[in-house]
Write a new protein. Structure first.
Length: 86
C-alpha cells in the first residue's frame, strides 16, 4: 500500500460499492495500514456479510476491536457497528 501505512481513518461514504471480484477495497488497506475507522454509510449494495468475506477484513476487525475495547475500558461510548453497513 506504499505510503498509506499510517492510514487510520477512511471514508468511502456513498460510493456505490458492491461485492465484486476483485473486491472494491484492496486487502492491503486492511492488512498493511493502521486503519481503525472505515465509513461505508450509503453503500446500500454492500452488506456487513459481504464485508466479512473480503480478504484481510478479519485483520482490520481484530485491530478495530482491540482499539474499541480499550476505549470501552476507559468509559467512552463506542459505536461497535460494522462500518455503517446493515
Amino acid at each position: 500500500m506504499g505510503r498509506l501505512a499510517k492510514l487510520k481513518a477512511l471514508s468511502l461514504k456513498n460510493n456505490y460499492l458492491t461485492k465484486s471480484n476483485p473486491q472494491p477495497i484492496p486487502a492491503g488497506v486492511f492488512t498493511e495500514t493502521l486503519l481503525i475507522d472505515l465509513n461505508l454509510h450509503g453503500n446500500d449494495r454492500l452488506t456487513s456479510t459481504d464485508l466479512n468475506e473480503f480478504e484481510g477484513f478479519d485483520v482490520f476487525l481484530e485491530r478495530r476491536k482491540k482499539k474499541k475495547d480499550k476505549s470501552l475500558h476507559g468509559g467512552a461510548m463506542v459505536d461497535m457497528s460494522v462500518c455503517g453497513l446493515k
